[in-house]
Design a protein around this ligand. Structure first.
Ligand SMILES: Cc1cc2nc3c(=O)[nH]c(=O)nc-3n(C[C@H](O)[C@H](O)[C@H](O)COP(=O)(O)OP(=O)(O)OC[C@H]3O[C@@H](n4cnc5c(N)ncnc54)[C@H](O)[C@@H]3O)c2cc1C
Length: 298
């Protein structure tokens, strides 16, 4: 079925066929596929409804900081690019209603200026707000989940939905309320008051990340989750102890700076990351009898 014919004419979307999507992931994996960029909520509704009526699957793409795009994709990617007037962030507010395509760096910069308590949790995470909520992104300073009050979505069938958050809405690096294919387009967030010391905390944490993580390389963040062995047995520590730092497979390298990161040093693709992940998994099992779940979406 020709997707272009089906979606062309829908207001608020741009369809690009067989586009080079290498720059659409932070790991810069080679990728070619169809991209639908959505610029309005009504466009998103019509697009998802139309795809559903034609039984066409899709993948949701945020900043591509936590997904490994495959070299070619038959399934189209949908990316949100909703308008956002930055003057909305000139003053601190009690609650914020934000498009899901806004980036965490924009929100962090607002948090630094206004000293928003709680917002230090997502310091330095490259993400769109939608992707951060999908992943319940977080750092040693906390997670984004507790800052979220309502999540506005469009279902796979093109219906609007509003999720009210409760204590079960999030767990470690995941949300528990979205149905398959449900698309976040808007988010309501709060903070825990204003505190000038937050600005300093955010700046210091950014410096720490710069020192300890390969932020100048093409990576997808931490490859493995630390959940099962949280705090005491970090995945990176195991990989480091096994002497695998620097190990390279087809241009994909285990970071010499932080062993839970992989760096794309030379036009690697999805299959190279998967091969390196499998090498690490086999060694972990052989040498220590431990298994780590991947955090990155394969
Ligand atoms: C250098 C680096 C450092 C990182 N550090 C951290 C860290 O400290 N903590 C941390 O938690 N993560 C970290 N990450 C991983 C990544 O930044 C997070 O997982 C982030 O939340 C991904 O957001 P994204 O917009 O890139 O989403 P993507 O990677 O594009 O997508 C991730 C998942 O969310 C889904 N999704 C995206 N947008 C939407 C939407 N609008 N509606 C519904 N589903 C959606 C996608 O389909 C996919 O399943 C790091 C990554 C890098 C490259």
């Amino acid at each position: 079925m020709n997707i272009e014919n089906i979606v062309t004419g829908i207001d608020g979307i741009v369809f690009e066929s067989k586009k080079d999507l290498t720059k659409h992931s932070t790991m810069r994996l080679k990728c070619v596929g169809d991209l639908i960029t959505v610029t309005s909520v009504s466009g998103l509704k019509s697009c998802l409804k139309t795809l559903s009526e034609n039984s066409i699957e899709y993948r949701v793409l945020g900043m591509g900081a936590n997904q490994l795009l495959s070299e070619t994709s038959e399934i189209p990617y949908i990316k949100l690019s909703l308008p956002f007037d930055k003057s909305y962030l000139l003053n601190a507010r009690d609650t914020y209603l934000l498009p899901a395509s806004v980036t965490l760096s924009v929100l962090s910069s607002h948090a630094v200026k206004k000293g928003l308590k709680g917002w230090e949790a997502f310091t330095g995470i490259p993400a769109t707000l939608g992707g951060a909520i999908f992943m319940n992104a977080g750092t040693n300073l906390g997670e984004i989940g507790p800052l979220v009050t309502r999540v506005f979505t469009i279902t796979k069938e093109g219906e609007e939905n509003i999720h009210l958050m409760n204590e079960d809405s999030f767990s470690y690096r995941k949300q528990n309320f979205l149905a398959d294919g449900e698309f976040i387009y808007q988010v309501e967030m709060k903070h825990f008051g204003e505190d000038p010391s937050i600005s300093k905390q955010i700046k210091e944490y950014l410096e720490l990340r710069n020192r300890t993580q390969p932020l100048k390389e093409w990576t997808c963040g931490c490859v493995f989750k630390n959940s099962k062995h949280k705090r005491t047995c970090l995945a990176g520590k195991f990989i480091d102890i096994m002497g695998l730092k620097g190990l390279t497979y087809n241009g994909m390298r285990i970071s010499p700076k932080h062993a839970n990161f992989m760096e794309n040093t030379n036009s690697s693709s999805h299959k190279d990351v998967v091969a390196l992940i499998n090498i690490i998994k086999d060694e972990l099992l052989l040498q220590y009898g431990v298994e780590f779940e991947t955090e990155v979406k394969l």
